[in-house]
Design a protein around this ligand. Structure first.
Ligand SMILES: [Zn+2]
Length: 216
């Protein structure tokens, strides 16, 4: 996905400056102002406002002026212009904040779940591993005894943590068997070498033999 970051101007207010003469042609009540607020956006989704700018133009002589060209009282008047709430300019930030909260929450939920599952390994569990070479892979638990587990390691490694999920295919576990004591397993977890545990939900569909003919 391509993200475009930039700034845009949003016109907040326009009007006439009353009781102020044009610095050039001296006409009164001919100065028009436009107030803009600049905001940053990411792919056109507003993140937050970054500044205000004002454009002033004389309707009589068509000259443009800077804010500084005006009298102090007019500058103050412009500064005090009531502007509409531009809270929408934060909408992208709000979405990002929610996303961040969700991700952090998810991370801790997953960590909690892993902490629970590691204490009670079950046949069929898939452990996502961080290997000593910095790569990621998985192992499948084949057998659990009172104090040990027997596993088959995935034939493949991945470079990124989430790619380990993609490696988890039945045909990728061929012959890399290993055994660990349950204590060693906890140790691996505590060393952050076990980063995720996936326990398959056992299918709850009833067996064929459990179907009973409905009799009237
Ligand atoms: Zn003028």
């Amino acid at each position: 996905m391509l993200f475009l970051i930039g700034t845009r101007d949003s016109n907040l207010k326009n009007g006439v400056i009353l009781n102020e003469k044009c610095p050039k042609c001296k006409s009164e009540n001919e100065l028009y102002f436009s107030i803009y607020r600049k905001y940053t956006h990411i792919t056109l989704i507003p993140l937050f406002p970054v500044g205000k700018s004002v454009f002033i133009k004389c309707n009589h002589c068509q000259e443009n002026f800077d804010y500084e060209d005006l009298s102090e009282s007019t500058q103050l008047q412009l500064r005090n212009e009531k502007l509409d709430n531009s809270i929408w300019m934060f909408s992208g930030s709000a979405v990002l904040a929610l996303l961040l909260i969700f991700t952090i929450n998810n991370y801790f939920d997953q960590k909690d779940e892993t902490r629970l599952l590691i204490k009670n390994p079950v046949e069929g569990d898939i452990y996502n591993l961080k290997l000593s070479n910095g790569c990621y892979s998985n192992m499948r638990i084949d057998k659990v005894t009172k104090d040990s587990i027997y596993t088959t390691h995935n034939d493949f490694d991945a470079y990124l943590p989430y790619e380990a999920d993609d490696l988890d295919k039945a045909e990728n576990y061929s012959n890399r068997q290993a055994a660990y004591s349950k204590t060693a397993l906890i140790q691996l977890y505590e060393n952050d070498e076990i980063i995720k545990i996936k326990r398959s939900e056992y299918p709850m569909e009833p067996q064929k033999s459990e179907y009973f003919p409905i009799t009237k």
